[in-house]
Ligand binder design. Structure first.
Ligand SMILES: Nc1ncnc2c1ncn2[C@@H]1O[C@H](COP(=O)(O)OP(=O)(O)O)[C@@H](O)[C@H]1O
Ligand SMILES: [Mg+2]
Length: 241
């Protein structure tokens, strides 16, 4: 299935619509010591354009949950709906097409390709998503993150904060409906971390992109509209103030 088919099957939702829901999701794996439950009965829903922070101790299951919500992994039990589509009704290829068309990712350790320049890293993601005007879109995304003067630089020639800006440009260049960010400021000092956070929230506001942000930083979490706490594979949400 091509990306354009995926787009037709799942038209962009209006802002107030639900972009993501998880219903009674469990995830367990077979480990040497026996069956290991990593996520336990998680239910969650997010509207288009909303921001949600997920906080919790290391090893509590946050990264695993993002992988399931984005369709990278399949739950053991339960259902996940992303951008109007039940993920369990899609093949692996169809889920990949949906992700390329509708989802952006930002990781703690940037995940740029070291042999490509900033511009090439962003262009490659757009080419994989089979979008047109790849160069124009990439230039515009890098301009929005303040990196027009670093287009031809390789990741090793960029600071951590600059590398994360490239990763954010790459994630936003295809104009996704939802962005998953897994500890995006975790490898940065406070001032670079704050600048990256400012950028994520600015792009959320300008583009209406829903944001699911995993972080250890309560100050950062509090900038989101909602905060959920992961504790040993169970998710509970703080009541709104
Ligand atoms: N495929 C897997 N097989 C076995 N254990 C796993 C697997 N994936 C994750 N885990 C375990 O699940 C727990 C949650 O991991 P993770 O989601 O990375 O937590 P967090 O992101 O909150 O630090 C950890 O104990 C981790 O070792
Ligand atoms: Mg993690």
């Amino acid at each position: 299935m091509s990306v354009s088919n995926a787009s037709h099957a799942t038209p962009a939702p209006a802002r107030s619509e639900q972009i993501l829901s998880a219903e009674r999701v469990d995830f367990s794996v077979d480990a040497p010591g026996g069956r290991l439950t990593i996520l336990n009965n998680i239910s969650l829903s997010l509207n288009s354009g909303q921001t949600l922070a997920i906080v919790g101790a290391s090893g509590s299951g946050k990264t695993t949950l993002l992988g399931l919500l984005a369709g990278l992994e399949t739950p053991t039990n339960g259902h996940i709906e992303l951008a109007g589509t039940q993920l369990n009704e899609l093949s692996e290829d169809q889920r990949a097409a949906l992700r390329r068309a509708r989802v952006g990712f930002v990781f703690q350790s940037f995940h740029l390709l070291p042999s490509m320049t900033a511009l090439e890293n962003v262009m490659l993601a757009l080419e994989i998503a089979q979008l047109d005007q790849v160069r124009e879109r990439a230039l515009s995304a890098l301009e929005q993150v303040g990196l027009s003067h670093r287009l031809e630089h390789y990741p090793r020639q960029l600071s951590g904060g600059e590398q994360q800006r490239v990763a954010i440009a790459r994630a936003f260049a295809s104009n996704p409906d939802i962005l998953f960010a897994d500890e995006p400021t975790g490898n940065l000092d406070r001032s670079n971390g704050n600048a990256i956070a400012d950028l994520l929230f600015a792009l959320n506001e300008q583009h209406g992109t829903a944001l699911v942000l995993v972080t250890h930083d309560m100050k950062l979490a509090e900038r989101c509209q909602r905060i959920a706490i992961m504790d040993d594979g169970r998710l509970s949400e703080q009541p709104p103030e």
